[in-house]
Design a protein around this ligand. Structure first.
Ligand code: ADP
Ligand code: MG
Length: 279
C-alpha cells in the first residue's frame, strides 16, 4: 500500500484538485483508493459529491476518538472511498492541545482501517497550514507530494515546508520521504515556470543526502491551467467524469501513469493521452 500526503502550506496551489483527480484516476485504473480530506473547508469531499454537512460523520469524529475510519468512509465511485471533512475540523487544533500523542491519531486510525479493508492507496489532502492536521498526515504517510504553482514567490516558504518533513522524519516517522513535486496551474508560455523548475532542481541537487527530499522527483507531467478543472468541483465530479477530453483530464491521466510506473514491481501500461481514462 502507498500512503501519500499532498501538502503545501500555501493555499490555492492545487492540493485539492490534485488529491481528488489523482485519487479518481488511480481508482479508474482499478486501484482501491481512500481519499482522506483533512481540510476543514471540505473541498475534496464536495468535489466528489460528498456533502458532509449535517449528520454525516467526518474525519473530525475520527480524530476526536468517537468513530473509526471504517465507519466514516463513503463510497464516491468504483474503487474510490472518501473520508469527508467539515468545518468542525477547524476546532481540532485547539481541542487536541493537551492530548498526548496527538500527532499520531490518524496513523493509528489508518492502521486499524487497513487491517479490515485493504487499500492500494491512501491519499491525504492537507489544509494550507503546518499545524496538527498536516502533522497527522505526515506521520501517517510514507510519501509526500508537493503541488507547486510556478509563479513569483513559489519557492518562498518551501524551506519551512521541507524542514517540517525533516522534523517529522526525525521524531515520528523514519520512513517519510518527499517523493514528488507536481507543477500545477502551469503556464506553458512563460519563461518564469522554466526558471522556477531550474531553481528547484538546483535546490534538490544541493541538499543534504539524508534529507527526506533528497530524491524527490519533479514529475514530468505538468498540470496546465484548464478551466474545466476549476469547473468540475461544482458538479461534484472528478475531471475524468466531468470533461474526459479536456487538457486537465489528459494532464492528470499522465500524472497517474507516472505514479503507477513507480509502483514496486509493477510496470503499468501507459494511458493513451488522446482518450479518456478507462471510460
Ligand atoms: P489548494 O487545495 O492548494 O488550496 P485548489 O486545488 O483548491 O488548491 O486550487 C485552487 C483553485 O484553483 C480552485 O478554484 C481550483 O479549482 C483551481 N485550479 C486548480 N488547479 C487548476 C488548473 N490546473 N487549472 C485551472 N484551475 C485550477
Ligand atoms: Mg485545498
Amino acid at each position: 500500500m502507498r500512503s501519500i500526503c499532498v501538502m503545501n502550506q500555501k493555499g490555492g496551489v492545487g492540493k485539492t484538485t490534485t488529491s481528488v483527480n489523482l485519487a479518481a484516476g488511480l481508482a479508474k485504473q482499478g486501484r482501491r483508493v481512500c481519499l482522506i480530506d483533512l481540510d476543514p473547508q471540505g473541498h475534496s469531499s464536495l468535489h466528489l459529491g460528498v456533502d458532509a454537512f449535517g449528520q454525516t460523520p467526518t474525519i473530525y469524529d475520527v480524530l476526536s476518538g468517537t468513530k473509526t475510519l471504517a465507519e466514516v468512509k463513503q463510497l464516491a465511485a468504483d474503487h474510490l472511498w472518501v473520508v469527508p471533512s467539515d468545518l468542525d475540523l477547524a476546532a481540532t487544533e485547539v481541542e487536541l492541545v493537551d492530548t498526548p500523542g496527538r500527532e499520531l491519531i490518524l496513523r493509528g486510525a489508518v492502521e486499524r482501517l487497513i487491517q479490515q479493508h485493504p487499500f492500494d492507496y491512501i491519499v491525504m489532502d492537507c489544509p494550507p497550514s503546518l499545524g496538527v492536521l498536516t502533522i497527522n498526515a505526515l506521520t501517517t504517510a510514507k510519501e509526500v507530494f508537493i503541488p507547486l504553482q510556478p509563479h513569483f514567490l513559489a519557492l518562498q516558504g518551501m524551506s519551512k515546508l521541507f524542514e517540517t518533513t525533516a522534523l517529522v522524519k526525525r521524531r515520528l516517522n523514519r520512513d517519510l520521504k518527499v517523493s514528488g513535486i507536481i507543477l500545477c496551474l502551469y503556464e506553458t508560455a512563460t519563461r518564469l515556470a522554466a526558471d522556477i523548475t531550474d531553481d528547484l532542481i538546483r535546490f534538490l541537487e544541493q541538499s543534504d543526502p539524508q534529507a527526506p527530499w533528497k530524491n524527490a522527483k519533479i514529475f514530468d507531467s505538468r498540470i496546465r491551467r484548464n478551466i474545466k478543472l476549476a469547473e468540475s468541483p461544482s458538479f461534484g465530479q472528478s475531471i475524468f467524469d466531468y470533461a474526459p477530453k479536456s487538457s486537465g483530464a489528459m494532464d492528470y491521466a499522465a500524472l497517474v501513469s507516472e505514479i503507477l510506473a513507480t509502483e514496486m514491481g509493477v510496470m503499468s501500461q501507459p494511458i493513451p493521452v488522446t482518450t479518456p481514462v478507462a471510460a
